[in-house]
Unconditional design. Sequence first.
Length: 311
Amino acid sequence: MSILVAADFDDGEWQAWWPALVAALPAERLVRSVAEAGADTIDVALVANPPLGALQGLPHLRLIQSLWAGVDKLLADPSVPVDVPLARMVDPAMNAAMAETALWAVLSLHRGFFAYAARQRAAEWRAQAQRRADEITVAVLGLGQMGRTAAQTLARHGYRVLGWSTRPCAIDGIETYAGEASLPQVLAAAQIVVNLLPLTPATRGLFDTTTFEQMQQGASLVNLARGAHVVEADLLAALERGPLRHAVLDVFAVEPLPAEHPFWSHRQVTVLPHIAAQTDPRTAAQIVARNVQALRAGLGPHALIDRRRGY
Ligand code: NAP
Ligand code: GLV
């Protein structure tokens, strides 16, 4: 049988991924197109933003393994077979990278480092009052692989951290809340809101005028999950008229962020090019190999998506 790698990688990404996958799966035949192997021989697909329809017409497909943590694009593609198990990337190295990005954003907002960077550009020497980390409340929305690690990292650095998820859970050092009804309370308590939710029908457009109005005057949003969580026009209005002071955005409705987009030059917005937690082929290829080996041994693959929940 063959393993199809269907990805929108550029040349540099292929150069990093291909040798890592070949080395991790020495007994497998890896192909980059269906034509190379024949549709009948493909039983595993490793996917990263595959073109629409790439997984159609593969009669023996038994596992779809996403090389990305978020699978919203795959679930939105009606041609992805619904009866084939879909696993996502769960990699402690990615969780750690995401926690670093969340910590950098929270620390920068708390200590005013984005404002100082703007003052440097204006040659303005002006200090602002300094607050301790324990005076800052951070809400982390989503307490999965990424959110939990980020929340714990922030708590270790002294922040008061509230966490929000679907189902109730207990995490040392974090005040946890569950369910839609508790969201206004969580948002109202925080000076900084970090979004680490998956994109599902329930979370699409979650950050709109209604939720922004539930936040504190001067609060900041850190969106590290998906652009479609945010209604961008409502965010611009909330930055202009309040209550928001700043937004750190790693993800956008349209990526790459178009050159003419107002976020690029907005003085209250920090733009990152979707790099909060990149998949690292060195660790990810080993995780992929373990799942393929589990499949070959007749065992259930890890990190399967619950299609009903959408994550
Ligand atoms: P995960 O392990 O699936 O965790 C999802 C968390 O969100 C869970 O705690 C879940 O609650 C909670 N949740 C889901 N729907 C909810 C709702 N409607 N209300 C409240 N809580 C809800 O996901 P993850 O691995 O942490 O990743 C999160 C997202 O980060 C991914 O889906 C992806 O979009 C994004 N991401 C971004 C980057 C980047 O570089 N920017 C990199 C990787 C991932 P329960 O625990 O109760 O189920
Ligand atoms: C990146 O955004 C991912 O989902 O892995």
